[in-house]
Design a protein around this ligand. Structure first.
Ligand code: 3AM
Length: 183
């Protein structure tokens, strides 16, 4: 099983992200149903390890929080743009949740994730997309700011390769405790 831990997104937000798709040669746009914010990529695991991962995540205690997606950018690898994304406004509760998930997964026997957590929702994967077009996209959407969303659970997804796109399935939702109500 190929697994990852992520936040799913409200339908209206997915629709808004999907509507940002534009004509950029070499861009493969992620369809609305696949939009998510990855907290931890896990990869291929055996069924008994998947069960341990599930137990570790179920034991994690976290609190709901408000998250706002904002800004756009690209990831570059070896001098090439590989991914176009929408970012997240700075959010300490998100960083704390990600750190707790990392700890839980290491306890479940996974090797540590070495890469820095850069919260993002991938809009498109890029293959030789012209830099000018990407710069134009980033300029157009620089001020993008979504409606704040309340994160009340996180999700263990499985991923299968479909014909044209990966097929993601939400396997388990892990609830977060309700936010404290202000007096
Ligand atoms: O959330 P995004 O779209 O950035 O690219 C994959 C996707 O990231 C990433 O895990 C997320 C859910 O599939 N992914 C796929 N293979 C990976 C790998 N070997 C990977 N991340 C790290 N290492």
């Amino acid at each position: 099983m190929r697994l990852f831990v992520a936040l799913d997104l409200p339908d209206a937000l997915r629709a808004r992200l999907a509507a940002m798709a534009s004509a950029i040669p070499g861009a493969r746009w992620v369809p609305a149903e696949n939009h998510h914010l990855t907290l931890r990529f896990i990869g291929e695991v055996a069924p008994d390890q998947a069960e341990e991962i599930d137990h570790a995540l179920a034991a994690l205690r976290g609190r709901a929080f408000v998250l706002t997606l904002a800004g756009v950018g690209t990831f570059r690898k070896a001098g090439r743009d590989t991914q176009l994304w929408v970012g997240a406004a700075r959010c300490e509760p998100l960083d704390r949740l990600q750190a707790k998930i990392e700890t839980a997964l290491q306890r479940a026997g996974l090797p540590p994730e070495r890469r820095r957590f850069q919260p993002h929702v991938t809009l498109a994967r890029l293959n030789d997309a012209p830099e000018g077009k990407l710069a134009g996209f980033v300029q157009t959407h620089n001020l993008f700011r979504a409606e704040p969303m309340t994160v009340e659970h996180f999700t263990l997804f499985s991923s299968r390769l479909g014909k044209t796109q990966a097929v993601y399935t939400a396997e388990v939702d892990y609830p977060l405790a309700p936010m404290a109500v202000r007096e």
